[in-house]
Design a binder for this molecule. Structure first.
Ligand code: AKG
Length: 199
């Protein structure tokens, strides 16, 4: 499709692999603009410190029929794949050698949007899931923390990059995306997943 750029891999703990330039800058910019304007972004409410508050990011869930997924405490039915998301799914599935059936989109509007420490270990993802996480737009700091040792490390996720998480990565590690006081533009993250289809 002529969308891919030059790969650069950084060494990370077992189960993680990070490549910059998975999408060429021009393709990443075009995809970002299409998603910013075309996705019906939702502002979820989450239960935090005993009360309902607005989630510090916007989200959208796309996938095959029946690929429902629980996040922010509620089940979500997938929206139908758009042509642009289908094309990216194909590219990512073929690179990861996994047939992804769904994608969670996160929109971080500015530096005060974030996601707190968690693992993608929901039951519908099964044991040892492979998750492919593509970043578009502003570079943001992603952190990994090993559950057992509390060892942590940071990784700046760049526009057009792809982070693969597989094997025991979700069991052994948590991750988060930190807030920043730097003036940053919007960032979209697409995490391709395989969820158990319920019907
Ligand atoms: O935005 C990111 O890079 C992380 C997203 C994430 O942790 C998630 O969707 O579970």
């Amino acid at each position: 499709m002529g969308e891919q750029g030059e790969f650069f891999e950084r060494s990370l703990p077992a189960g993680f692999s990070y490549s910059t330039g998975f999408l060429r800058t021009s393709a990443a910019t075009e995809l970002m603009a299409g998603l910013l304007g075309g996705v019906p972004w939702e502002e979820e409410e989450i239960f935090l410190h005993g009360r309902m508050v607005k989630s510090p990011r916007l989200t959208a869930w796309y996938g095959d029929p029946g690929a429902s997924y629980m996040y922010s405490g509620v089940p979500h039915e997938p929206m139908e794949w758009t042509p642009e998301l289908s094309a990216i799914r194909e590219l990512v599935s073929s690179s990861a050698q996994v047939s992804f059936n769904s994608v969670l989109l996160n929109l971080y509007r500015d530096g005060s949007d974030s996601v707190s420490w968690h693992s993608d270990d929901e039951e519908e993802l099964g044991a040892e899931p492979t998750i492919a996480s593509m970043s578009l737009g502003a570079t943001r700091r992603f952190r990994l923390r090993e559950r057992r040792t509390r060892e942590s490390l940071g990784l700046d996720l760049a526009d057009g990059s792809l982070l693969l998480m597989s094997g025991t990565s979700q069991r052994d590690w948590e991750h988060c995306l930190t807030k920043t006081k730097r003036a940053v533009g919007p960032r979209i993250n697409l995490t391709f997943r395989v969820v158990r289809v319920s019907r």
